[in-house]
Design a protein around this ligand. Structure first.
Ligand code: B12
Ligand code: SF4
Length: 523
């Protein structure tokens, strides 16, 4: 049987990274079947195009996965595929959270022939065999003999054949810059971010988060060896293809067990498996200096921190009192000292927020070592404690907000602000954080850091702006580049003089007698 795994795009921004679930399911598909993958982010399709593809390829089963914000689009695509007579199985967090919806048991239309609840590592092979035998069931749940939910241990973990994938479709480098960068050598014309999980689960149970409910509070890890081997394979593949690979450890809290994280990082260093990596780690775990040293030594470059709010009452409301705003600056200093970038995430529209929250938050952020802040509004995802609280208080203005998805539109009113006021605050937070003036101020503030660190920070600022203000075409990019011309001019001047002085230095060292060079090495 030919199987297509499909993830729709969100219709707003382009995702920078492939979705791991597709590659994982492909890797654990029983032999004898062929699996094709389409990520809507890299290959946008409408309903007709998808159906044409399914027909042309003779596909016998389509698997669709989606987050809540893509659910409506996923359903539309599923409807079209089913209308063409091909069965659809849906899985992932959204359908697990509202299983009656895709099956049409909630009074709405049916969108899927079958659904896979929860983690599908053990149920997927069964789904494929049932579909191939024409006896697909409606619901697949990972249960043990006594009917209790069974979580995959992640040991052993399948080998994801990244080297056989067409990663070029996820090249992060804008097309117009590729040929220039390729000429510089070392593969900078092709940069891919690859998702790797080293473990699953987070016990913290923040009120708005689906992770504790979905993956459970029991944390499971792959063996260090399996993660290190995956890194080594990726590194080899990147070298062979003259491209650059960045790994995103997609664990929800990469340092949830500090002892284990340190041991993994030590093993990565010992095996020389370092590639630049990104991970999500909560601020409380970054108090550990040794951990941060190991992050730097293992080539950790970007740490995403869910700071959420600078207001302790807000943090208590969403069950995140383990975040201590008073220590945010110290944590950021600890990372900045080691040239690690901090991506700091904030939620606007929490119940204790009042008009002016963006200005107050930005004032704090601007007093810390510069990071890359991102902002979202509080979103009640189904099956989270937040969703249940708002339902029972009768506060949801759009109870099925995902079926009428609109980016950055709230589905409930915060207690002390209106929805339009929250929108204004969110706009302000993004606009001021990534304005050309702020970008220039940041690169000046960072002038005690190496030039390449500052250039990368600046380029990331341009990309991060695009999360909220989509920059989807050449014209939009040229406009941003023009607006930031002062920063670009200043960084270019410095970069050129740094390159010149390093060339001069090399020449000088090259011309010195061997004994001087040896003395220098010994020093
Ligand atoms: C990486 C990641 C991202 C990436 C993008 C996704 C990508 N390219 O991988 C980035 C960083 C861009 C991102 C952004 C966002 N994300 Co995100 N992200 C994740 C994260 C951390 C890992 C996803 C992952 O690969 N997991 C590992 C795989 C193996 O698990 P899985 O996807 O669940 O798949 C398993 C099962 O679900 C199942 N399965 C999944 N799909 C299918 C399909 C079929 C057919 C079958 C049979 C089975 C199946 O099988 C898999 C194996 O068991 C998850 C949290 C998490 N731990 O999953 C959040 C998560 C998915 N994100 C979430 C959210 C909310 C967002 C944002 C909306 C945040 C924001 N406010 O902006 C944005 C939206 C981005 C967008 N594209 O529109 C929520 C989604 C909740 C929901 N109900 O939708 C999650 C669950 C985190 C959370 N805190 O609750 N995200
Ligand atoms: S720490 Fe992060 S992953 Fe864990 S429950 Fe809170 S928001 Fe979710």
């Amino acid at each position: 049987m030919k199987i297509l795994l499909y993830n729709p795009d969100n219709g707003v921004t382009r995702n920078f990274m492939p979705h791991l679930w597709m590659f994982l399911l492909q890797a654990i598909t029983p032999p004898g079947h062929e699996v094709l993958l389409i990520d809507g982010n890299a290959r946008p399709m409408n309903e007709k195009e998808l159906v044409d593809y399914v027909r042309a390829q003779g596909i016998g089963l389509v698997g669709i996965g989606a987050m809540t914000r893509m659910a409506a689009r996923a359903y539309r695509m599923a409807d079209a595929v089913r209308a063409a007579g091909v069965p659809v199985v849906m899985g992932g967090p959204h359908v697990t959270e509202v299983p009656d919806e895709p099956l049409g048991r909630d009074g709405g239309p049916r969108h899927a022939d079958a659904i896979a609840l929860g983690e599908a590592d053990e149920t997927w092979p069964r789904i494929v065999e049932d579909a191939a035998n024409g006896c697909l069931k409606e619901i697949y749940a990972p249960l043990d003999e006594s009917g209790k939910e069974r979580k995959p241990s992640l040991q052993p973990y399948p080998s994801i054949p990244w080297d056989e994938m067409d990663l070029e479709q996820f090249n992060m480098v804008p097309k117009m810059a590729r040929s220039f960068l390729e000429k510089q050598g070392s593969g900078w014309g092709s940069i891919h971010v690859v998702p790797i999980e080293s473990g699953r689960g987070c016990p913290y149970g923040c009120e708005f988060c689906t992770v504790t409910g979905f993956f459970g509070d029991s944390i499971r890890f792959r063996s260090n060896e399996s993660v290190v081997n995956e890194l080594l394979r990726l590194k080899k593949h990147a070298r062979a293809n003259r491209s650059q690979v960045i790994v995103f450890f997609i664990d929800d809290n990469f340092a949830i067990n500090i002892k284990r994280t340190k041991s993994l990082l030590r093993d990565i260093i010992a095996a020389k498996a370092q590639v630049p990596w990104i991970a999500q780690i909560s601020a409380n775990l970054l108090r550990d200096e040794e951990l941060v040293d190991l992050i730097a030594a293992s080539d950790g470059k970007w740490i995403f921190i869910g700071m959420e709010s600078i207001d302790t009452a807000n943090l208590a409301d969403v069950n995140k009192s383990f975040n201590k705003p008073a220590e945010y600056a110290t944590v950021l200093n600890r990372l900045a000292k080691r040239n690690i970038y901090a991506i700091t995430s904030f939620i606007i529209g929490l119940d204790n927020d009042t008009p002016g929250v963006a200005a107050r938050t930005l004032e704090q952020i601007e007093s810390w070592p510069p990071g890359l802040p991102v902002f979202g509004q509080l979103t009640p995802f189904p099956a989270t404690p937040l969703f249940d609280r708002l339902v029972s208080a009768g506060r949801l203005t759009r109870p099925k907000h995902w079926l009428e998805f609109a980016p950055y539109q709230m589905a409930h009113e915060p207690l002390k602000m209106t929805i339009p006021q929250t929108q204004i605050e969110l706009d302000q937070a993004w606009a001021r954080s990534y304005s050309p003036e702020r970008n220039l101020q940041v690169i000046n503030e960072l002038n005690d850091h190496p030039i390449n660190y500052r250039v990368i920070h600046f380029i990331m600022r341009l990309f991060f702006r695009g999360i909220y203000f989509p920059q989807m075409n050449k014209r939009a990019w040229l406009k941003v580049i023009f607006q930031n011309r002062r920063s670009i001019f200043s960084l270019s001047r410095e970069a050129i003089s740094a390159i010149r002085s390093s060339k001069k230095k090399k020449k000088r060292i090259g011309g010195e007698p061997a004994t001087v060079m040896n003395e220098r090495r010994a020093a």
